[in-house]
Design a protein around this ligand. Structure first.
Ligand code: PBG
Length: 340
C-alpha cells in the first residue's frame, strides 16, 4: 500500500488557497477551543472582605470565601460556557500544621459550600490540594530530615494530604487536584476518599509538574515561595521528558481520573508525548501564571494584540493534545469565542 504522501501532486503546491478567506480558514482549522473545556483558577482568601485585585495577576481578584461576588463570578463564567473552576485558598495565617488546609471552615471549604448553596452542581469544582499556601515553610510537603540534612518528608506529608482530601470532599468538591508532587500522593488520596465514602470524588493529578520559573507570579499571589531551598527535590527536572511518562503512568495506576502537564506553553512536547502514550486518560494542561504574564506584558507594551496572542497560546496547547486547559484567560477566551 502506498501512503497518501507518495501520491502524485501531494501535498498541494498552493497552501495559501485555503487561507484566503476567514470562512475557508475556519472550515479547515484543526484546533478549536470550546469554553466547556477551559478551567478557571479562582483565589479565595480569608484576608479580604471584598474582592481585591491581585497585583501579579492583573484582571484576577482575591474573593472572600463566603461572598455574593464569588458566586457572581462563577455565574458569569457559567453564562459564558466555562463550567469548571480550580480553587486555591489563601489562609488568614500559615502554621506548622497547615491547619487551614483541612479546617472545616477553611477558605476553600467555605467557598465550595457557598457556591453549592447558590448554584448547586452546575459548576464543576476542583480543589488544589497542597500545603505550600498553608504551611509556614512555603513547601509543598512537611519539612523533615534526609541522611544529608533538611529535606521534605514524603510519607508524613501523605498523611496530611489524606486529611485535606477528605475535608475538601466533605465540603463538596467534585475533583481533588493534588499538586505537591509527593510520591504516592494519588494512591493515598484515593484510599482516603474511598475509606470515607467519597468513591464518587474524582482526582485530577498534577502528574508532570515541572520545577519551573513560570510559577513566579502565582507564588506572589499566595505568598507561597519556599522559605528555604527550592522545589527541585520534588518537582520534575525540566531537562527530562521521561519523568512525565513515569509520573503519569504511576498516577494512572494509583487511580488518577485526569492527568496534567504543567506548565503548558514551555512543555508542549510533553503534552503531545503524554497524549500519545496515554490516549485513554483525559489530559489537562495548566497554562500557568508566568505564561499569562508574558501575554499580558507583551500586549500592555504594544507588542501584540492581546486577544490574538492569547488565542495563539491556547490553540497551541490544544493542538499539542490537551483536552482541558486550565488558564487565567478562560473568561476572556470564552467571551471571544462567543463573539463578545
Ligand atoms: C503548588 C502550585 C504551584 C502552582 C499551583 N500550585 C506552583 C508552585 O508554587 O510550585 C502554580 C500555578 C501558576 O503558576 O499559575 N502547589
Amino acid at each position: 500500500m502506498t501512503g497518501i504522501t507518495s501520491l502524485p501532486g501531494y501535498p498541494v503546491s498552493r497552501p495559501r488557497r485555503l487561507r484566503l478567506l476567514p470562512g475557508l480558514r475556519d472550515l479547515v482549522a484543526e484546533a478549536g477551543l470550546e469554553p466547556r473545556s477551559l478551567m478557571l483558577p479562582v483565589f479565595v482568601s480569608e484576608r479580604v472582605a471584598k474582592p481585591v485585585e491581585i497585583e501579579s495577576l492583573p484582571g484576577h481578584y482575591y474573593y472572600p470565601p463566603r461572598s455574593q461576588e464569588l458566586v457572581k463570578l462563577i455565574q458569569e463564567a457559567l453564562d459564558l460556557g466555562v463550567r469548571s473552576f480550580l480553587l486555591f485558598g489563601y489562609p488568614r495565617q500559615k502554621d506548622e500544621e497547615a491547619s487551614r488546609a483541612h479546617a472545616r471552615d477553611g477558605p476553600v471549604q467555605e467557598a465550595i459550600r457557598s457556591i453549592r448553596r447558590e448554584l448547586g452542581y452546575e459548576p464543576v469544582i476542583a480543589t488544589d490540594l497542597c500545603i505550600c499556601n498553608y504551611h509556614s515553610s512555603g513547601h509543598c510537603g512537611l519539612p523533615g530530615k534526609c541522611r544529608f540534612g533538611d529535606c521534605i518528608d514524603n510519607d508524613s506529608t501523605l498523611e496530611l494530604y489524606r486529611r485535606i482530601a477528605v475535608s475538601q470532599a466533605e465540603a463538596g468538591a467534585d475533583i481533588i487536584a493534588p499538586s505537591g508532587m509527593m510520591d504516592g500522593q494519588v494512591k493515598a488520596i484515593r484510599e482516603a476518599l474511598d475509606d470515607n465514602g467519597y468513591w464518587d470524588t474524582a482526582i485530577m493529578a498534577y502528574s508532570a509538574k515541572y520545577a519551573s520559573n513560570f510559577y513566579g507570579p502565582f507564588r506572589e499571589v499566595l505568598d507561597s515561595a519556599p522559605k528555604w531551598g527550592d522545589r527541585r527535590s520534588y518537582q520534575a527536572d525540566p531537562r527530562n521528558a521521561r519523568d512525565a511518562l513515569v509520573e503519569v503512568a504511576l498516577d494512572l495506576q494509583e487511580g488518577a481520573d485526569i492527568v496534567m502537564v504543567k506548565p503548558a506553553l514551555a512543555y508542549l512536547d510533553i503534552i503531545r508525548l503524554v497524549k500519545e502514550r496515554f490516549p485513554y486518560a483525559p489530559l489537562a494542561a495548566y497554562n500557568v501564571s508566568g505564561e499569562y504574564m508574558m501575554v499580558e506584558l507583551m500586549a500592555r507594551h504594544g507588542y501584540a494584540d492581546r486577544r490574538s496572542l492569547m488565542m495563539e497560546v491556547l490553540y497551541a496547547i490544544k493542538r499539542a493534545g490537551a483536552d482541558i486547559v486550565i488558564t487565567y484567560h478562560a473568561l476572556e477566551a470564552a467571551r471571544l469565542v462567543k463573539g463578545q
